[in-house]
Design a protein around this ligand. Structure first.
Ligand SMILES: [Zn+2]
Length: 291
């Protein structure tokens, strides 16, 4: 059985440390197949997608976790979003050639904003991570260490066919008798190479690193690429323009069309569609229940 396109949690029960491993293959390829990203941009985006899934799975909530990076460097914007339903989407914008390098070389002067957006009512949370250091995994690990006081380690790797991420985190409410446990587990994880991350199955990675430890593996959860866009959302945006603005676009262009940047889906509204958006709002009509 393959564990591609899954998230797998595991636990070092006696050490008070939890782990998560995400491995994306077909779902990751579906995300980027129509975008023609250069190799370095692909690698950065895949790492950010893997990180967003790992981080969203550390929190009990209903909604989405968004990593957004903006900077003055060749990779100008990158966004990765993962939901509590284990779906993800993301995209990147770049200028010129993006050479491999550290975060500053790739993003320039920039920052990473982590947003936790609940799907219903509730406050959204934002944290800001400086884009400094060797890579995203290091920047996120340092952020959790400093701002959340949580020992957290991330390891991320991505190419065109695969995106893989490993997260280890000390459980905040658990004291272990084994004082050196965190250092030992983190040092084992640090021996993992990028090519192992991209080639080995999830179970093989966990076995390769932790076969001498007592690890409890949980069921793999499926993870999929899904964009939240819909015709109804585009319709709402057109209603938001107001009737006269919508009609002036129709007069100029014949139809109102929108392309989703995340999934390349194309939405078009002709004059009849637009007229229907502005006639009696369906919200006020009582539900008849006569079907
Ligand atoms: Zn879309």
């Amino acid at each position: 059985m393959t564990d591609n396109d899954t998230l797998r949690r595991f636990l070092f029960e006696h050490l008070g440390i939890r782990g998560e491993l995400v491995r994306l293959s077909a779902s990751w390829q579906a995300l980027h197949q129509d975008h023609h990203y250069p190799d370095t941009v692909l690698s950065e985006l895949g790492q950010a997608i893997a990180a967003s899934i790992l981080l969203s799975a550390t929190i009990k909530y209903d909604g989405s976790l968004i990593l957004q990076m903006e900077g003055s460097g060749p990779l100008t914007m990158l966004v990765a979003q993962a939901t509590s339903q284990r779906t993800f989407r993301g995209l990147a914008h770049w200028n010129d050639t993006v050479e491999p390098g550290d975060l500053h070389a790739i993003h320039g002067e920039g920052r990473l904003v982590i947003t936790l957006q609940p799907s219903g009512a509730g406050d959204r949370y934002q944290g800001i991570v400086p884009l400094t250091g060797a890579d995203l995994a290091g920047a996120l690990g340092a952020y959790f260490q400093q701002s959340e006081q949580l020992d957290t380690g991330l390891w991320l790797a991505a190419n065109a066919s695969q995106a893989t991420g490993l997260l280890l985190q000390k459980l905040p409410d658990r004291q272990s008798d084994d004082a050196d446990a965190w250092n030992r587990i983190a040092q084992l994880a640090a021996t993992l190479t990028d090519s192992e991350m991209l080639q080995l199955s999830g179970e093989a990675i966990i076995h390769r690193l932790f076969h001498e430890e007592d690890v409890r593996l949980f069921e793999a959860e499926p993870v999929s690429f899904r964009c939240g866009c819909s015709r109804e959302r585009v319709a709402q945006a057109i209603r938001g323009l107001g009737r006269s603005e919508a009609e002036s676009i129709l007069a100029e262009q014949g139809t109102i069309s929108a392309d989703c940047e995340f999934c390349n889906r194309h939405y078009a509204f002709d004059p009849v569609d637009v007229e229907a958006l502005f006639v009696a709002s369906p919200v006020s009509s009582p539900s008849s229940g006569n079907h």
